[in-house]
Design a protein around this ligand. Sequence first.
Ligand code: GTP
Length: 355
Amino acid sequence: MNVDAVILVGGRGTRLRPLTLSAPKPMLPTAGVPFLTHLIGRIREAGVGHVVLGTSYQAEVFESYFGDGSRFGVEIDYVVETEPLGTGGGIRNVASRLQGERALIFNGDVLSGVDLRALLARHEEARADVTLYLTKVSDPRAFGCVPTDPDGRVSAFLEKDPDPVTDQINAGTYVFERAVVESIPAGRPVSVERETFPGLLASGARIVGYVDLGYWRDLGRPSDFVAGSADLVRGIAPSPALPGPCGEALVLPGADVAPSARATGGSTVGAGCVVGPDAVLDGSVLFDGARVAAGATVRRSVVGFGAVVGEGAVIEDAVIGDRARIGARVELRAGVRVWPDVAVPDGGIRFSSDL
Ligand code: GTP
């Protein structure tokens, strides 16, 4: 197929801090493997064999994990932005590496089940310059709204509109004709959402929407990151790249889970983790080497690399940074983020702000 895949992975992932201090968002373990592995698997399944990664923040970690891509059944090229060029600038920056006449372009943090072959077919049949995958959400205010005419042509781009006219949003995956990629200004930051798309529309380019109401989630926020990982483990979000038998939980080789502990809700227990007797994990992600002591409860939360949750502690909707130590009986809830290496002493302490 005469199509390349481009994945934008250069963002700093600030909303997922502190997890993104040690790894870029697309490299965070999601259902046991770096998130990008799932996306690359879906690209390969769609018959696209050449992938270009547009990197910037912590650029080197992508190549050291994915190499030339052969282990993942694709050929991978890397293009590094020394200064982040934004989403549009990142697309322009890979132009010289494109081998085909069009490119499938992905935000590197979207989990979806969209049929990529059907998206490409829609683009070809509509003879579009750009085709956008669109989905619908109940509250579109935080997204880019993209209304379409009855024939499917995009009529406007309304970024983060407080009073949206449609529940149809930009799902972060596009097909671009190569000439359109080359028309983006080079060498300076460009936002594809705020500059390129409105500019193309104003200049009369043919921009088409492809609406798919199947699984879609942007993993940019901690609550979505844990939910997306759990959906992969439970088979609600499709992926050809799951590293082992899944279901209610995915326990990676080398993890030690006490027989009386319960891991449910699509939790992932990373390699080398230890989960003590009667501990409860529900819809959570334990990165490699994390430890959850006896009787502790971890719900809808991430426990970072090598972090420790003490006996009887309760962690709900929280993010525990790498190597942090949460004392016995501590309660953390409602969006609390604990920074790496922080130690929270034992005690029945309740926290509702970041540590
Ligand atoms: P936040 O800081 O939490 O908003 O995350 P982010 O930096 O990842 O930004 P956002 O979620 O808006 O980015 C969407 C996708 O574009 C992600 O996959 C990013 O890695 C990618 N991205 C964002 N900015 C750049 C950039 O300047 N260059 C490249 N190559 N990719 C980018």
